[in-house]
Design a protein around this ligand. Structure first.
Ligand SMILES: NC(=O)c1ccc[n+]([C@@H]2O[C@H](COP(=O)([O-])OP(=O)(O)OC[C@H]3O[C@@H](n4cnc5c(N)ncnc54)[C@H](O)[C@@H]3O)[C@@H](O)[C@H]2O)c1
Ligand SMILES: [Zn+2]
Ligand SMILES: [Zn+2]
Length: 381
């Protein structure tokens, strides 16, 4: 089969690789119709993780089931399914509690919880930017989509990761109706966090970035765009909140946060959040941070350490939640919102490409070229 293969920093190729196949009786095999490129792929694409060369990328996947293992009960050939980026077993102590991002059995590396498709340090699993995908524990992991799956596939595919992850940021931040919310990052995840806050009746949603095309997307859903290349985003949030700070904050950038000139400061968004969220406010961090980052220009962060403004965080009595999203906690309800026409997350999609054009998609999305907000790949239709 054809697949997008990581070959080294800023090099991905479409290559022939061995066909994905049923390996265990609990597996499901999916013909991928829709797979996204994610900001998380870019950390790997840029060589800022220890992903091995030769791995097939892609963790935001949707497709049609073409084969099921002998121990699969629920999922049937022909079902259209969206697959959470987390690979979870459903029966370990963490899965039982809904913490499927921290499954204790699917990552073979001892001492590490959590697995994902085509992801550094998240197990050996191949990704779905390919013609076919093997889904372990198919009964548990597949979300069967309603009969409008085909026409709304660009909406439903966002259930694999970015919409639940944006929603997760708002839940970690305990957003309630009437709250003011500041979101750092207007990439696809930040836009989904802003969208989620809006759907949960936030009274004011402010989104910080410096890319005018991405900020314009935020304005399309009624958020207030804050361009941090013009003035301090903290000052702007203070001005918009009568000097109090936002009730809630969401971090949707991660360890490659940089200033508008492009210099990386891994602590930048975290400290801006502490300073632009109110006393006793709550912060949800879904942007990725890593235990080690040898390629970081920041000496502390090479060892995964951050110069975090803990004194001010403590003084303000703030609370912070963080980590990978447990997609299965949210994907079924969010699916219903799409089906019932209450939500249309595909508004972030800017480009739809065939599999052969995926390397060009990576290049544009990685450069954050104007208008390249979210790339959807269709290995088949
Ligand atoms: N926790 C999870 O489960 C989860 C899931 C999906 C993605 N992620 C992570 O979320 C992050 C965002 O993903 P994405 O797809 O939106 O990526 P992206 O790289 O497309 O978007 C990041 C945005 O942040 C902006 N930015 C950079 N520095 C900034 C700063 N100092 N202040 C404000 N904005 C700044 C960039 O201009 C860019 O628009 C990534 O780290 C990704 O790995 C986490
Ligand atoms: Zn993703
Ligand atoms: Zn588990």
């Amino acid at each position: 089969m054809k697949a997008v293969v990581y070959e080294g920093p800023r090099q991905v190729h479409v290559e022939n690789v061995p066909d994905a196949r049923i390996e265990r009786p609990t597996d499901v095999l999916v013909r991928v119709t829709t797979a996204n490129i994610c900001g998380s792929d870019l950390h790997m694409y840029e060589g800022r993780t220890d992903l091995e060369r030769g791995r097939v990328l892609g963790h935001e996947n949707l497709g049609v089931v073409v084969e099921v293992g002998s121990a699969v009960d629920r999922i049937a050939v022909g079902d259209t399914v969206c697959i959470p980026f987390n690979i979870a077993c459903g029966f370990c102590a963490n899965c039982e509690k809904g913490l499927t991002a921290y499954c204790l059995t699917t990552n073979p590396e001892s001492g590490i919880a959590g697995a994902a498709y085509g992801f550094a340090d998240m197990g050996p699993y191949s990704g779905g930017q390919a013609e076919f995908l093997r889904v372990p524990y198919g009964d548990f992991n597949c979300l069967v989509l309603p009969d409008d799956a085909k026409e709304k596939q660009n909406d439903y595919v966002m259930l694999a990761d970015i919409w639940p992850s944006g929603w997760h940021a708002t839940r970690l931040a305990s957003v309630q109706a009437g709250d003011s919310v500041v979101v750092y990052g207007a990439g696809p995840v930040g836009l989904m966090a802003a969208y989620s806050a809006t759907l949960q009746s936030a009274s004011k949603v402010m989104v910080v970035d410096r890319h005018p095309d991405r900020l314009a997307k935020a304005e399309e859903i009624g958020a207030i765009a804050i361009d941090d290349s013009r003035t301090s985003p903290v000052d702007q949030v203070m001005e918009l909140t009568q000097g109090m700070g936002a009730d809630r904050g969401c971090e949707c950038v991660g360890y490659q946060a940089h200033d508008p000139q492009g210099h990386e400061h891994p602590n930048m968004t975290l400290n801006n959040l502490v300073n632009s969220v109110k006393f006793t406010g709550t912060i949800g961090v879904v942007g990725v941070f890593l235990p080690f980052d040898p390629g970081s220009p920041d000496d502390l962060y090479k060892e995964g350490e951050i110069a975090f403004d803990y004194g001010m965080f403590w003084f303000k009595g703030q609370t912070m939640g963080n980590g990978q999203c447990n997609v299965k906690n949210y994907n079924r309800q969010l699916c219903t919102l799409i089906h019932e026409e209450k939500a249309r997350p595909s508004w972030v999609v800017s480009h739809e490409l065939g599999l052969d054009d995926a390397p060009a998609g990576y290049e544009h999305f990685d450069r954050r070229d104007y208008g390249w907000t979210k790339v959807v790949i269709h290995p088949s239709w």
